[in-house]
Design a protein around this ligand. Structure first.
Ligand SMILES: Nc1nc2c(ncn2[C@@H]2O[C@H](COP(=O)(O)OP(=O)(O)O)[C@@H](O)[C@H]2O)c(=O)[nH]1
Ligand SMILES: [Mg+2]
Length: 681
C-alpha cells in the first residue's frame, strides 16, 4: 500500500500558450524536488517531458506528458501540456485529470491566444485555477503592467500570492508573510488583498476578521480552498524556470495551498445514459469501489497500448480485476505504472487522486471509466468538448499491400488523439485524415512514415459533391445480347422524381403482372444503385430522388440477373439525362474568433467566399466571434489564410449544415473535369 494518503496528493496541469516555459518549468520543479539529478533543456532536446523524437525536431511539446515528484511529503502529479493550438486536444484531456489548472504566462509576450483559450476551458470544467508568470528574468518585461493586464482580462480575483524581490532575484511569499520587501506593489498590500478576498467566502470568518483585524493562516486555509473552488480567487505566482527563481516557492504553493483531491471541485460524473443521466459524486475514499477515468491513451511501440487514468474513488491495485465501462468481462491489472516522462515505473497501488497507467488492455479507450463492481456500470464523465478537426488531407499508400495496415495504424492514431479522425469515402475512394491544423496533420504523417514505415502520397481531399435532379423523367432500356450460345435479355421502364433535400434515395417496385419476375427486381435495383453511386454527370453520388420501376419485359430462357442489372443501370442513366440534373455542395456553419480589430476583415472574408454572415457576438474582453455559412469548397487552406490575416490570433471552427445547389458555372466545370478524367481512363 502507498505510504501516503489522498490528502497528501496534488494534481496540476500546466497549460497555456506555446513557449511560455511549461516544459522548462516542469524540468525545474523536478530538479528542485530531487526527482532528477541534472536539468535538461528544450534547446538540447533532453527534458523529461519532450521525449518524443518529433518534439525534439520541432523544439516544442506535441503531447501531454506526466511526471510525479515529492515535496515535503506531498505527492505531486503534474501534467505538462502542449500550447500550440494544433495540439489543444492533449491539454483538454489533461484537464479531466486534475484539481488545478496552472495557466503559465510568458512574462515577455504577455497574455496570448492560448492563455485565454485555456483559461476558458479550465473554467468550463470548474477547475481551480492559478496563474504562473514565467520568464521574469527576460529582457523588456514589465511585471506591474502585466499584472494589471491579467486582472483586466481575467478579473480582479487574480491576486499575487507572491512577488518578485531584490530586482527579480528572489520571490517573497505574500500569503503567510504579512509584510516584507518586494520589487513592486508591496507584500503588505498583496497580503491584505488576499485576506480580504478569501474572507468574502466565509461570513463567520469575515466577522472575526473585521473585529480582530488579523487572521491566522490556518483559519484561512479552508476558505482559501473554497475561494479557489468558486473561482473567487485566482492566485498569481512568479517564476523564472531558466534560473530557478520562484521554483521552490511554487513547490511550497503546491504543498501548502493547492487543493488536495478532497478540496477541489468533484469531477463531473454522470450515471445513466442520455437524458436520464443524473449527477454522480465519486468519493475520494480509498476503501470504496474503484472508479478511475482514462484521459489519455498512448500506443507505445514497445509497451503496446497504455491507458493513462486518474483514480477518483477506491484503490487500484496490481492484480485487481477491473471492468472497462459497461463491459461484462473484467481484465486483470497485470502491470500498474506511474509515468515519469517516457519512463514507466511499476507500482502496486494507486489511491484516489493518483494518476497512473495500465498496459496491454485492448478494451481501454480514451474517456473510458475503469471500475471494479457492476454498481458502477453506466458511469461516465461529463463529455469533454474538443475542437472539431476539419483540416483534411487525402492519403494513399504507394504499395497496394499496405492499405490494410494504413487503416490499422490510422485507427490507433484516432484512439490516441480525440482531435484526429480518419474518414473513408467509398464514393471518391479516398481515405481522408482530419486534424486541427497543418502542423497537427504533419506530425501524424511523420509518425506514419517514420515510426510505421508507410510510404504515402497525399493530396487535398475531394469535396463531397452530390448529384440530383430538378424534375421528373422517364427512362427505358432494352438489354439484349445474342452472341452464339445462351442469350441475355431484360427490359426496364422506370420513372425518377426529385425528393426534398436530405431525403436520400427511395426505390419503388410498381411492376404489375410479373412482366419483370420478382426474382429479378433486386437485380434491377442493383443496377440502379450502381449508376447512382458512381454518379451520372460528374462522378459524384446521386441523392434526393425516388426511382419507380413500373414496366418491363423478360424472356423465359434468356433473362438473367446480369441482364436486368444492366437494363436497370442504363434505364436510370437514360432518365437522368432528361431530368434537369443539378449538383449539390456541402455548406458549413463557420465561427471565426478574432480580436475586435479584425471583424471587418472576417465579414469581408466570408462574403468573398460565396458566404453569408449570420451574426457577430462578443466572446470575451476583445474577442469577437463572426458566424456565417460558407460552401466547404471555399475553405481549402482557410487555416493559413486566417493565420496570415490575423497574425495567428484568429481561430475558427466549422460544422456541416446542409447541401445546396452549386452555381451553374461550377457545375459545368465539375462535369467537364469528370469527362476529362473518364477519357484518360
Ligand atoms: N529567459 C527565459 N527563458 C525561458 C524560461 N523558461 C523557458 N524559457 C525558454 O523559452 C523557450 C520555450 O520553453 P518551453 O519550456 O519549451 O515552453 P513551453 O512551450 O511552454 O513548454 C525555451 O527556449 C526555453 O529555454 C525562463 O524562465 N526565462
Ligand atoms: Mg512544452
Amino acid at each position: 500500500m502507498p505510504n501516503y494518503t489522498t490528502e497528501a496528493i496534488r494534481t496540476v496541469a500546466l497549460v497555456g500558450h506555446g513557449a511560455a516555459g511549461k516544459t522548462t518549468l516542469t524540468e525545474a520543479l523536478l530538479g528542485r524536488a530531487g526527482a532528477i539529478r541534472s536539468l535538461g533543456s528544450v534547446e538540447r532536446g533532453n527534458t523529461v517531458c519532450d521525449f518524443d523524437p518529433l518534439e525534439k525536431t520541432y523544439g516544442h511539446s506535441l503531447n501531454a506528458a506526466l511526471v510525479n515528484f515529492t515535496w515535503q511529503d506531498i505527492h505531486v502529479h503534474l501534467i505538462d501540456t502542449p500550447g500550440y493550438p494544433d495540439f489543444t486536444g492533449q491539454a483538454i484531456g489533461a484537464l479531466a485529470a486534475v484539481e488545478t489548472a496552472i495557466v503559465v504566462i510568458n512574462a515577455q509576450a504577455g497574455i496570448e491566444f492560448a492563455t485565454r483559450r485555456m483559461m476558458k476551458w479550465a473554467q468550463a470544467r470548474k477547475l481551480c485555477c492559478m496563474i504562473v508568470v514565467n520568464k521574469i528574468d527576460a529582457e523588456n518585461v514589465d511585471l506591474p503592467a502585466l499584472l494589471a493586464d491579467i486582472q483586466g482580462t481575467f478579473g480582479k480575483e487574480c491576486l499575487p500570492i507572491n512577488l518578485p524581490a531584490h530586482a527579480g532575484k528572489d520571490i517573497v511569499d505574500c500569503f503567510f508573510n504579512p509584510d516584507g520587501e518586494s520589487d513592486f506593489s508591496s507584500v503588505k498590500a498583496a497580503h491584505a488583498a488576499l485576506v480580504d478576498q478569501v474572507v468574502e467566502v466565509d461570513e463567520a470568518l469575515m466577522a472575526i476578521y473585521l473585529e480582530q483585524g488579523e487572521i491566522s493562516a490556518e483559519q484561512l486555509h479552508a476558505p482559501f480552498e473554497k475561494a479557489l473552488r468558486e473561482r473567487h480567487l485566482i492566485p498569481v505566482c512568479f517564476t523564472s524556470a531558466r534560473n530557478g527563481t520562484g521554483v521552490t516557492e511554487l513547490l511550497d504553493v503546491f504543498a501548502k495551498l493547492a487543493p488536495n483531491p478532497r478540496e477541489g471541485n468533484p469531477p463531473p460524473f454522470l450515471k445513466g445514459e442520455g437524458a436520464d443521466a443524473v449527477e454522480f459524486h465519486a468519493e475520494p475514499d480509498p476503501a470504496k469501489h474503484v472508479l478511475a477515468h482514462v484521459f489519455k491513451v498512448i500506443i507505445d511501440p514497445y509497451v503496446g497500448k497504455l491507458g493513462v487514468f486518474r483514480v477518483h474513488q477506491g484503490t487500484v491495485r496490481r492484480d485487481a480485476q477491473l471492468f472497462v465501462g459497461d463491459g461484462t468481462r473484467p481484465f486483470k491489472v497485470a502491470h500498474l505504472y506511474l509515468l515519469q516522462g517516457k519512463e514507466y515505473v511499476e507500482t502496486d497501488a494507486l489511491l484516489p487522486g493518483d494518476i497512473g497507467a495500465v498496459a496491454k488492455v485492448e478494451e481501454v479507450e480514451f474517456d473510458a471509466v475503469l471500475h471494479d463492481s457492476h454498481d458502477e456500470d453506466h458511469i461516465h464523465l461529463r463529455p469533454l468538448e474538443f475542437p472539431v478537426p476539419m483540416h483534411g488531407l487525402a492519403v494513399e499508400t504507394k504499395k497496394k499491400n499496405d492499405e490494410q495496415r494504413l487503416f490499422e495504424v490510422l485507427h490507433k492514431l484516432e484512439l490516441e488523439d480525440p482531435c484526429f479522425r480518419m474518414e473513408r469515402h467509398p464514393n471518391t475512394n479516398e481515405t481522408v485524415i482530419r486534424a486541427l491544423g497543418d502542423l497537427h496533420l504533419r506530425t501524424k504523417l511523420e509518425k506514419l512514415t517514420q515510426q510505421y514505415k508507410l510510404e504515402l502520397t497525399t493530396k487535398p481531399p475531394r469535396i463531397a459533391y452530390r448529384e440530383t435532379i430538378s424534375r421528373k423523367a422517364e427512362g427505358h432500356c432494352r438489354h439484349k445480347k445474342q452472341t452464339g450460345g445462351a442469350g441475355q435479355f431484360g427490359e426496364v421502364f422506370l420513372r425518377i422524381e426529385p425528393l426534398p433535400r436530405g431525403k436520400g434515395y427511395e426505390f419503388v417496385d410498381q411492376v404489375k403482372g410479373g412482366v419483370i419476375p420478382t426474382v429479378f427486381i433486386p437485380a434491377v435495383e442493383k443496377g440502379v444503385r450502381m449508376a447512382l453511386d458512381a454518379g451520372v454527370i460528374a462522378g459524384y453520388p446521386v441523392d434526393d430522388l425516388r426511382v419507380i420501376v413500373y414496366d418491363g419485359k423478360h424472356h423465359p430462357v434468356d433473362s438473367k440477373e446480369i441482364a436486368f442489372v444492366s437494363a436497370g443501370r442504363k434505364a436510370v442513366i437514360d432518365a437522368f439525362s432528361k431530368a434537369g440534373a443539378i449538383m449539390l455542395e456541402p455548406i458549413v456553419n463557420i465561427d471565426i474568433d478574432a480580436p475586435e480589430a479584425y471583424v471587418g476583415d472576417m465579414t469581408a472574408e466570408i462574403a468573398s467566399k460565396r458566404g453569408q454572415i449570420t451574426g457577430t457576438e462578443q466572446r470575451s474582453a476583445d474577442i469577437i466571434s463572426t458566424s456565417g455559412q460558407v460552401p466547404l469548397a471555399e475553405l481549402t487552406d482557410f487555416q493559413n489564410r486566417l493565420r496570415s490575416l490575423t497574425g495567428g490570433q484568429g481561430s475558427y471552427s466549422v460544422e456541416f449544415s446542409h447541401y445546396a445547389q452549386v452555381p451553374a458555372q461550377m457545375q459545368q466545370q465539375l462535369v467537364s473535369q469528370h469527362k476529362v478524367a473518364q477519357e484518360e481512363d
